[in-house]
Ligand binder design. Structure first.
Ligand code: C5P
Length: 363
């Protein structure tokens, strides 16, 4: 079997999983802080952040895909012997050949298939901002676990995957756990965030936030399963698929920017208005998330990805208590524990039937 890739002796599989858990929590906290605890007059454009995320992720994926391109076939058997005069020529022609191969792969006839998950992810990434603006960070994190439910539903419907009895039970408890967490959120009709950082935050609308999470869970499930179908049915490199995904995201990501454009302000001005350090931090963490998701898919599997996400519930919860004066209620703890147990139960290996793999598939 091929050697397991490692960094400083630690398998990349574990590095990527821990990074994903920390990234998930950081994103929830920083996104929540940047939207709720900064005066509304200084709020930045979420659609701009989504667009920048896709641009940066696409550029990084393109660079990785380029470095992973095989050596041109013509050099495979007869490698050029670089000399002082010919070395530079061979180098530039090699770069040219690689670039042409890369372009051919990116613009492959089946690249259009990525347009569907691309549109869904753009919607999901925008909805994530609506949810993070209107829900407590910890509540958002727990509710977002419902994507396990939607991913399972779409996997059964589209991929004809089979769930074991314990997985159905786990899904049932997941829904109950999220419902219990929502009881506390619903009780305070329009919650006000009170930050220990001395800023009285923007008002939050729990119903709006919850509806955004539900919709984001649907797009996450459908996009994930569709992406899995595309990956499974072709030989294309994961990084090429990532480039195609980002490329097809650009147009839908521009739509909300154009719709929200103020006629009195210039395009670039309205695009980057109030786009400060917190906004850039949110974008950077999202970019890392997209790339690490790809690493988890490659070096690990979706069963372990579920564990990483549930670990991030605990991190976000503790951070919310420390940073945002998040009030711990009995219902919140009960709901969160049920969600964690359901996630654990769902991810238990099943010997009698094919276990469902969440989200994407390893390539
Ligand atoms: O929560 P979920 O796993 O559905 O989130 C996926 C996130 O990762 C989305 O923000 C999506 O844009 C990103 N992603 C990515 N590259 C992939 C798959 C997902 O950047 N190949």
């Amino acid at each position: 079997s091929p050697p397991v890739p490692a960094l400083c002796g630690i398998p990349l599989k574990y590095i990527s999983l821990v990074t994903l858990a920390v990234q998930n929590s950081l994103l929830t906290i920083i996104m929540h802080y940047s939207r709720v605890h900064i005066p509304p007059s200084q709020s930045y454009s979420a659609p701009t952040a989504v667009l920048l995320n896709e641009l940066l992720k696409g550029a990084i994926s393109l660079a990785i895909a380029f470095t992973r391109m095989d050596r041109p076939a013509s050099y495979a058997t007869d490698p050029p012997q670089p000399s002082l005069t010919s070395g530079r020529f061979w180098h530039s022609s090699r770069v040219l050949l690689r670039s042409r191969r890369l372009a051919r792969e990116v613009f492959s006839p089946d690249c259009w298939k990525l347009s569907i998950p691309a549109i869904l992810y753009v919607i999901q990434n925008n909805l994530q901002y609506v949810a993070a603006t209107n829900l407590e960070a910890a509540t958002f994190q727990v509710s977002y676990q419902m994507k396990i439910l939607t991913t399972a539903a779409f996997s059964v419907l589209l991929l004809r995957k089979q769930l074991s009895a314990s997985q159905w039970v786990a899904l049932f408890f997941l829904a109950i756990g999220v419902g219990i967490v929502q009881i506390q959120t619903g009780a305070s009709d329009t919650a006000k965030a009170t930050s220990s950082l001395l800023f009285q935050g923007a008002s939050m609308n729990a119903v709006k936030g919850f509806l955004a999470v539900v919709a984001a869970c649907f797009t996450s499930g459908l996009a994930g399963v569709y992406f899995e179908m595309v990956l499974k049915n072709s030989q294309s490199d994961l990084w090429i698929r990532n480039v195609q995904l980002s490329a097809f995201s650009l147009l839908p990501a521009l739509v909300p920017i154009i719709l929200a454009r103020r006629p009195d302000a210039g395009f670039t001005t309205s695009l980057f208005q109030n786009f400060g350090g917190w906004a850039w931090a949110t974008v950077a963490i999202q970019v890392v998330g997209g790339l690490v998701t790809a690493m988890v898919i490659k070096y690990s599997d979706n069963i372990l990805k579920g564990f990483a996400t549930s670990l991030s519930i605990v991190i976000s919860f503790l951070a919310s208590v420390a940073l945002f004066d998040f009030r711990i209620t009995f219902t919140f703890i009960l709901g969160s524990v049920i969600v964690l147990i359901a996630t654990w139960l769902y991810n238990q290996p099943n010997r009698s039937s094919t276990p469902l793999r969440l989200g994407y598939t390893a390539v």
